[in-house]
Design a protein around this ligand. Structure first.
Ligand SMILES: O=C(CO)[C@H](O)[C@H](O)COP(=O)(O)O
Length: 226
């Protein structure tokens, strides 16, 4: 399901966003292979004396941040100055996230941040959002939500685990429906419709949250301010 840009491109984007981290900041740490480069770069800055606190968005980002030596806090203890996060698709400033099934906690942290920097490689850029939208659901709601998604014009697929029999189970103990809608012309309206369904924990449409997009390539980084 994940699209793959080169690791060099992801690294360029992640390291570019990490340069925005300043002494004293509380930094939201997103999830995924591109953000992992930002977390490692922030870890190197911490080694060199930078005084920051990280707020992880998943089991994966917590483990990576620990390995990188970044002091951590929970969101109920701090307020986030800057968040750095990846995306599965970026159109203008709107995103589809959740390829790593971490979008519920990512959205809480990213939405609370004063600034959200998105890190991506060129394969993630699109004119119009059309990637399947990950929808985290309570297990008991998976068939009713799937039916409602069909009524909204989408085609839901229960995400299957790769090295476990059965479905992906999120860090929150829930399931994920990947919902294909084709071109999404009105992401805010679709997001509201999905959020209103009983049993939906969170969907992967991040509309109007990003402040900057750092797109890495093997030649360098383009930073787009929104
Ligand atoms: O939303 C996410 C996890 O839920 C990730 O940020 C998104 O899937 C991008 O990951 P990667 O940088 O590995 O392509």
């Amino acid at each position: 399901m994940k699209q793959g840009g080169s690791d060099a491109a992801k690294r360029a984007a992640g390291e570019s966003a990490a340069e925005a981290v300043e002494d004293g900041m509380v930094v939201g740490l997103g999830t995924g292979s591109t953000t992992a480069h930002a977390i490692r770069a922030i870890g190197r800055q911490v080694d060199a004396g930078l005084d920051i606190v990280g707020v992880p968005t998943s089991f994966q980002s917590r483990e990576l941040a620990r390995e990188a030596g970044i002091p951590l806090a929970d969101l109920d203890e701090v307020s986030v100055d800057l968040a750095i996060d990846g995306a599965d698709e970026v159109a203008g400033g709107d995103l589809i996230k959740g390829g790593g099934a971490a979008h519920a906690r990512e959205k809480i942290v990213d939405a609370s941040a004063d600034r959200l920097l998105v890190v991506a490689d060129p394969t993630k850029e699109a004119e119009t959002l059309s990637h399947p939208v990950p929808v985290e659901v309570l297990s008991a709601a998976r068939t009713t939500v799937a039916e409602s998604v069909r009524e909204l014009g989408g085609e839901p697929t229960l995400r299957q685990a790769e090295r476990k029999d059965g479905p992906v189970v999120t860090d929150n103990g829930n399931l994920v429906l990947d919902c294909a809608f084709g071109d999404i012309d009105e992401p805010a309206a679709l997001g509201r419709d999905l959020a209103s369904l009983p049993g939906v924990v969170e969907h992967g449409l991040f509309v109007g949250l990003a402040d900057e997009v750092h797109v890495g390539s093997e030649e360098g980084v383009t930073v787009r301010e929104l």
